[in-house]
Design a protein around this ligand. Structure first.
Ligand SMILES: [Zn+2]
Length: 456
């Protein structure tokens, strides 16, 4: 008797504990207090045209009940996306429930006003807490609605550009402009703001029509504001097409014997004969050198350093012109062709080389096919290059005046004899230096235009 009562008591205790346990488990699941987690990406500062977002929400136990994305502008709330999710049942509710929702916010179709707005993301889970609404998580993010494109207009009126030549445009932008410049066939030449307070919003921009570009590429003013709105505007311009000369270059064994030792630093992997090595230099190394110049132009400063016509190597004869199309012959056969992207000037051997204009030394060392070279920055993406030098007298970072000696002419690199390879680059694009040596061209195409900056 005593024994059976003991067994019964134990049984009742076990049943009570089990019931309490089940209730506790049920209560903790159904009334759980863990909030769902929510992440939205990206969280931009500005909202311009239709932006895409992704929302990731996560909830343990009961899972997500609903989510709502809205935009609030001074109390006016617009729903962007609203979703509800079914309850998976008590016994499927363990683990983590994840939801990913992609949505777009288009200020125009949602009829949002320009200015401040609050992005709100509200999610609820399936808990019975909060009077049955569930646990709530709220994410808010302040942003600015801006769908207005910046304004840009040319202040200079005439823009005559020679194929392979340079041009200057002065333009005015609205104050929200962050980036601007001139697009030539899709390539951007950046403009630089005037630091004169009376000329605020006015920019100078040097641009070029590459010598090998299709006839009449589209040339447009371009601006982008902080919100990413862009404007493209046409402005008056005329391109004068040019014919460039052809030149025959005979490569002799004597020439190869003389120049190849200089290029011992170049990995000729697999190339055995002198002409094979030469072709590797004329193609691969040339390409690397032009890439290096492209990289270098990003270091050009925002201020104009130069003034007046540019200096040419004194008492020098022109040996090769800008954009000469050279066909290279070896043992009577054409083996390569390239365009000559500068002007070759020859004077007495080891002549002093003056800086063409005021600038800052960006490079003063070996530059592949150009041998010992100096590159000057004249500001606002205008650079000059001096190649094949026998000695360099300046160092990187040094400021030089117009006419200051940079080094002496020579025949280092890919050079047939003592001469200076002189090049002018606009935003990394080689242009015809003849324009920059011509005081009339400078007066008409640069100086007169720059005076607009000073106008009221
Ligand atoms: Zn040259």
């Amino acid at each position: 008797m005593k024994r059976s009562r003991k067994v019964l008591l134990t049984l009742i205790t076990v049943i009570i504990l089990a019931v309490v346990g089940v209730f506790a488990w049920f209560f903790l699941h159904v009334f759980e207090g863990e909030r769902p987690e929510v992440i939205v990406e990206p969280l931009p500062e500005f909202l311009s045209k239709g932006h895409r977002f992704t929302l990731e929400a996560e909830d343990a136990k009961g899972g997500l009940r609903s989510l709502r994305v809205s935009i609030d502008q001074a109390g006016r709330e617009v729903t962007v996306v609203e979703k509800t999710f079914p309850y998976k049942g008590l016994f499927n509710s363990n683990g983590v429930h994840r939801h990913e929702v992609a949505f777009e916010i288009d200020p125009l179709s949602l009829n949002l006003a320009q200015g401040r707005a609050e992005l709100k993301v509200e999610v609820f889970d399936h808990s019975r807490r909060g009077g049955g609404d569930g646990n709530r998580s709220l994410l808010t993010h302040s942003l600015t609605v801006d769908t207005m494109a910046p304004a840009i207009r040319a202040l200079t009126r005439l823009h005559y550009i020679n194929q392979g030549g340079s041009c200057l445009a002065v333009y005015q932008t609205s104050s929200d402009t962050e980036k601007s410049g001139v697009l030539v066939g899709g390539r951007l030449f950046p403009g630089f703001p005037s630091d004169d307070k009376d000329a605020s919003g006015r920019y100078t921009c040097y641009f070029a029509v590459p010598h090998d570009m299709d006839a009449d590429p589209p040339i447009l003013l371009w601006a982008e504001d902080r919100a990413g709105n862009q404007t493209r505007t046409s402005f008056y311009h005329r391109i004068r097409s040019k014919r460039f000369r052809k030149d025959r270059m005979n490569i002799t064994d004597g020439f190869l014997d003389r120049i190849l030792p200089y290029f011992s630093f170049f990995p000729f992997s697999g190339r055995k004969t002198p002409i094979e090595k030469y072709l590797a230099i004329n193609n691969e190394l040339r390409r690397q050198n032009h890439q290096a110049l492209e990289t270098l132009q990003a270091e050009s400063g925002p201020k104009r350093l130069w003034d007046g016509p540019w200096m040419r190597l004194p008492n020098a004869a022109t040996m090769a012109r800008f954009a000469d199309h050279r066909v290279y012959y070896y043992q009577g056969e054409p083996v390569d062709e390239k365009d000559h992207m500068g002007i070759d000037l020859a004077s007495l051997a080891n002549s002093q080389v003056p800086a063409a204009n005021r600038g800052r030394v960006l490079l003063a060392e070996r530059l592949g096919i150009y041998g010992q070279a100096v590159v000057l920055d004249h500001g606002q993406r205008l650079m000059s290059l001096y190649g094949h030098l026998s000695s360099i007298q300046v160092s990187e970072g040094q400021e030089v005046k117009r006419g200051e000696m940079l080094g002496t002419t020579g025949s280092t690199g890919l050079a047939g004899g003592d001469h200076l390879h002189f090049a002018v680059l606009v935003n990394g694009v080689p242009v015809n230096p003849i324009e920059w040596w011509d005081p009339h061209w400078i007066e008409d195409n640069i100086s007169k235009k720059l005076s607009i900056l000073a106008e009221p």
